[in-house]
Design a protein around this ligand. Structure first.
Ligand SMILES: Cc1cc2nc3c(=O)[nH]c(=O)nc-3n(C[C@H](O)[C@H](O)[C@H](O)COP(=O)(O)O)c2cc1C
Length: 393
């Protein structure tokens, strides 16, 4: 598989996406690729990077490009973390472990979703880099508390609390592909949707050898064990995280807290007041409320509201190293990527994730050199032009 990921076959994240589409059944590919409702925010997340243009300093030699930074005091070889992506184990056998291993080896961080298939201890053991745990309150407070304790003792260095999931967004592609029926329906209701699985025998063989339908290994229900895979929309709706919850979460988790899903100055201030050490400007990759602003557009407002009291990270729409540079110019300390690495995982497991990170890293080095900027820590507003309308907000 690794050979098929080499250039010139795979030069960009879009190439990995094509390979993922070929290896994965439609229901799995669309679960990764799709967004909520009309997918307006999903598209805008990517497109908005075109609105910001670079202002290079030419005739400047920068022999070494320094990509290193720290996030919450932890050193990273490049300003990149893998975002929490639920059900990664469906994309590739032991998906969360292989992704975490690839991130650690590349000097990037990894964030494990609550809705993952591998045990958090195994994921931590697989990575030599920083690993964060993303919290949903699925299963209730006691279940969440137990997961936090396990994450703490396994050595997860930060807790990421996602706040934009009061209900699951309507992902029309999932409904059309029969995701619900395939995940928990009767054999009869599953039948019309089975051909898409059979059409991808290589994926199917891996899936079955990895135990078939995963359980949520880190949502351990009292008396029942790991929560069986199900349509989790109802579970999410019963477990909305509210600002008041941050109080008991703060008590239960002694390490740094990252609030993910901040899109406005008001929420950013609130996050800082509740003691968050970092916020992620995120709209869940356009999978939740369609029609919210793309994250790059929301970033300046959040950076201004936080005013240096917490670190600001961004995710959404990052497909090239140049996108990372633009986010850093606008005040993000680092970025998270979701689909960029999920496509890699779906295309070729750990090798695909490694290739995704390598693509972004190579892009970023080239971008820094062409900008005449020696280090990511030196990127700032002076390297970009913004549309005039942005200045007014
Ligand atoms: C397939 C998939 C599953 C996701 N699952 C979660 C999750 O379990 N928890 C969470 O906080 N965010 C989740 N997200 C959102 C990502 O963490 C991140 O915010 C988003 O992917 C960023 O946009 P990008 O995909 O354009 O990089 C998921 C995203 C995708 C694509």
């Amino acid at each position: 598989m690794a050979r098929t990921l080499d250039p010139p076959r795979v030069l960009s994240i879009a190439d990995l996406r094509d390979l993922a589409r070929r290896r994965l059944p439609r229901v799995v590919f669309d679960y990764i690729d799709g967004g909520a409702d009309g997918e307006v925010t999903l598209r805008e997340n990517c497109r908005v990077f075109d609105d910001v243009t670079f202002r290079p300093r030419n005739a400047v030699a920068t022999p070494a490009s320094d990509l290193r930074t720290t996030v919450l005091g932890l050193p990273l070889e490049l300003p990149l973390l893998l975002a929490p992506v639920g059900s990664s184990r469906m994309f590739y056998p032991r998906g969360e472990e292989v992704a975490a291993r690839a991130a650690g080896a590349a000097g990037a961080g990894y964030t494990l979703s609550t809705l993952s298939g591998c045990r958090l201890e195994d994921v931590k053991a697989a990575s030599q880099g920083p690993v964060w745990y993303q919290l949903y309150l699925v299963g209730g407070h006691d279940v969440a508390r137990a997961a936090m304790e396990r994450a703490k003792s396994a050595g997860f260095s930060a807790l990421v609390v996602t706040i934009d999931t009061a209900v699951a967004g309507q992902r029309e592609r999932d409904a059309k592909n029969g995701a619900k029926q395939l995940l928990g329906g009767s054999p009869w209701s599953m039948l019309p949707y089975l051909p898409q699985l059979l059409a991808r025998p290589r994926w199917l063989a891996g899936y079955l050898s990895d135990g078939g339908l995963m359980k949520f290994a880190n949502v351990v229900l009292p008396g029942q064990g790991p929560m069986p895979y199900a349509d989790i929309a109802a579970a999410l709706e019963e477990s909305t995280v509210c600002w008041q919850d941050l109080r008991w979460i703060r008590e239960a988790w002694t390490g740094p807290i990252v609030i993910k899903g901040v899109l406005t100055g008001e929420d950013a201030r609130r996050a800082v007041e509740t003691g968050a050490e970092a916020v992620v400007v995120s709209n869940h990759g356009g999978r939740q409320l369609d029609g919210v602003s793309p994250t790059l557009r929301a970033l300046p407002e959040v950076v201004a509201a936080v005013a240096g009291r917490a670190e600001v990270l961004l995710d959404g729409g990052i497909r090239r190293g140049g996108d990372i540079a633009k986010a850093l110019c606008l005040g993000a300390r680092a970025v998270l990527v979701g689909r960029a690495y999920a496509y890699g995982l779906g295309a070729g497991g750990g090798a695909g994730v490694t290739r995704a990170i390598q693509i972004l890293r190579t892009d970023l080095v080239r971008t820094l050199k062409l900008l005449g900027c020696p280090a990511v820590r030196e990127l700032d507003r002076s390297y970009v032009d913004l549309p005039t309308a942005w200045g007014r907000s």
